[in-house]
Design a protein around this ligand. Sequence first.
Ligand SMILES: O=C(O)c1cc(=O)[nH]c(=O)n1[C@@H]1O[C@H](COP(=O)(O)O)[C@@H](O)[C@H]1O
Length: 271
Amino acid sequence: MHRNILIEQIRQKKSYLCVGLDSELNKLPAHLQHQKDGIIQFNKAIIDATKDFCVSYKINTAFYEALGTKGWEAMEATVDYIPDTHLKIADAKRGDIGNTSSQYAKAFFETIPFDAITVAPYMGEDSIRPFLAYENKWTIVLGLTSNKGAADFELQRIRTAEAEQYLYQNVLQTVSKWGTPQNLMFVTGATQASELANIRKIIPEHFLLVPGVGFQGGSLEEVSKYGLNDDIGLLVNASRAIIFAGADENFAAEAQAIAKQYQQEMALYIS
Ligand SMILES: O=C(O)c1cc(=O)[nH]c(=O)n1[C@@H]1O[C@H](COP(=O)(O)O)[C@@H](O)[C@H]1O
């Protein structure tokens, strides 16, 4: 998906919400858990209920891969069902030596036609280039993640030729030279909102994928205050807070209500 189309969708809907389809089988409403295509039915109902309030869906592949062949089938059926107006993100956190990354890119950009994939930067440039080679596809590189373990490496101070800085800052500076704001985004956890002003100094133009509102306690208000740019530049993800808002037959309506709440709050920040 071209950046201009994404921005247009966000402005039209007054929403930069990404709904995370982390559809863990044993958390589905009881009536769907034992059905052969329970995850597909669940995802379709969630998509129908939330598509007017969000601009993107993020499929965390772990919840599908865990189920083997059936999981991959559910993932493909879900990607097929998501309207083309919505950015389809494979949250797969891949990255390997070049020829292997090329196969990951083929898997998630061609075999299953996602628009974007999350990638870990640890293995460097040749591990990321194969994803960037695809036109109109997005490579979303982990920057500063939402979890406690971000302190182990990402928030370590390092000394480079130019400055002393956090490791994640060096990642943003370096990786942003390999692509452009048209094909590269970065993950910034909502729980790290205090760092967003610094992040925007390094990458003012790029879109940020921001997970961590809802269950992980990140604040949409803070993220929006420090993260929004002239083109909006944010995709804020919530998974469990939306898809598991309700636990019975009413789950889709409950999910819709929460997605709508997020959208209405976002509308205040971008109007
Ligand atoms: O790459 C991600 O999406 C991601 C990065 C990060 O720093 N933190 C994070 O929570 N995520 C993912 O974002 C989703 C968050 O889910 P909820 O906490 O249920 O909203 C999960 O799929 C996580 O794997």
